[in-house]
Design a protein around this ligand. Structure first.
Ligand code: B1M
Length: 212
């Protein structure tokens, strides 16, 4: 079996101890870091489908998530560049009620390598925590909100609405996550939307360059 297939199989099986070594072996075999990352993202989709079908449960999803995080750690140095310019500070978090952080972490990683100084608030982040982070950190030019659950879209909407009306200025808001669409982002008043970590970095740079 090709190493990249082994990475997928072991990730789906939640083998967090085995995945990092296999990711390294897949790299050694000549696979590009980006391809290995995409393979792991696809595998998380498989795990999600199995969850929907009642074939696996929350503990298995959690183990797969842990395995993915360990695999991403191996790829991180290869996926991130070293940006010399500073674009300002970006506050990032997964919105309230939502505990999914892998996509958010990938977005944070790409934004950091684009030149943002990252303040990662983690998961289940309340609107108040986002607002306080803007007040407490210097030069916040971007707020990035991730959400993976349809049920937490209202929390994202509430956060964006508050950020836009709280009287603080000088920053843009970008949203994303599997259930989020451009249409939804427009509807809730976000400045930008991106479907994946790579395009989030491109969009973020575009948004902050438009700040007067
Ligand atoms: Co959950 N979960 N989960 N889960 N989970 C999903 C999201 C789900 C689709 C599975 C399914 O049913 N098929 C489903 C949501 C359905 C829905 O609402 N539409 C679901 C559910 C239902 C749940 C629970 C409710 C299950 C339960 O308890 N009964 C529960 C909720 C807990 C909570 O959050 N309150 C739950 C729990 C969990 C775990 C904790 C066990 C675990 C997360 C662990 C962790 O993150 N550390 C977990 C996992 C692993 C998943 C799946 C399998 C994988 C998610 C993932 O990491 N994907 C997921 C199924 C799936 O995704 N198909 C599922 C890989 C990751 C790279 O992709 O996060 O989409 P993603 O990020 C992408 C893009 O979305 C985008 O960029 C990334 C790619 O580059 N992106 C942004 C993300 N954020 C962005 C922000 C941006 C821009 C782009 O700008 C700011």
């Amino acid at each position: 079996m090709a190493k990249i297939e082994e990475v997928k199989a072991k990730l789906e099986a939640g083998k967090a101890k085995l995945v990092p070594g296999l990711v390294q072996e897949a790299l050694d075999e000549g696979n590009a870091a980006q391809d290995i990352l995409q393979a792991m993202i696809d595998s998380m989709g498989v795990v999600g489908d199995k969850f929907s079908a009642g074939e696996v449960f929350v503990p298995e999803m959690l183990m797969a998530a842990k395995a993915m995080s360990k695999g991403v750690d191996v790829l991180k140095p290869l996926l991130t560049g070293t940006s010399t310019s500073s674009l300002g500070t970006c506050v990032i978090g997964t919105v309230q009620g939502d505990l999914h952080d892998i996509g958010k972490n990938l977005v944070a990683m790409m934004l950091e390598s684009t030149g943002f100084e990252m303040v990662d608030l983690g998961v289940d982040v309340s609107t108040e925590t986002f607002v306080n982070a803007i007040k407490e950190n210097k030069n916040v030019v971007l707020v990035a909100c991730s959400g993976l659950l349809t049920t937490t879209i209202p929390a994202m909407k509430e956060t964006v609405k508050t950020l836009k009306t709280c009287g603080l200025t000088g920053f843009k808001v970008i949203v994303g996550g599997a259930p989020v669409t451009q249409e939804m982002a427009d509807e809730i008043g976000a400045d930008g939307y991106a479907s994946d970590a790579g395009s989030a970095a491109v969009k973020a740079k575009e948004l902050v360059s438009a700040i007067a």
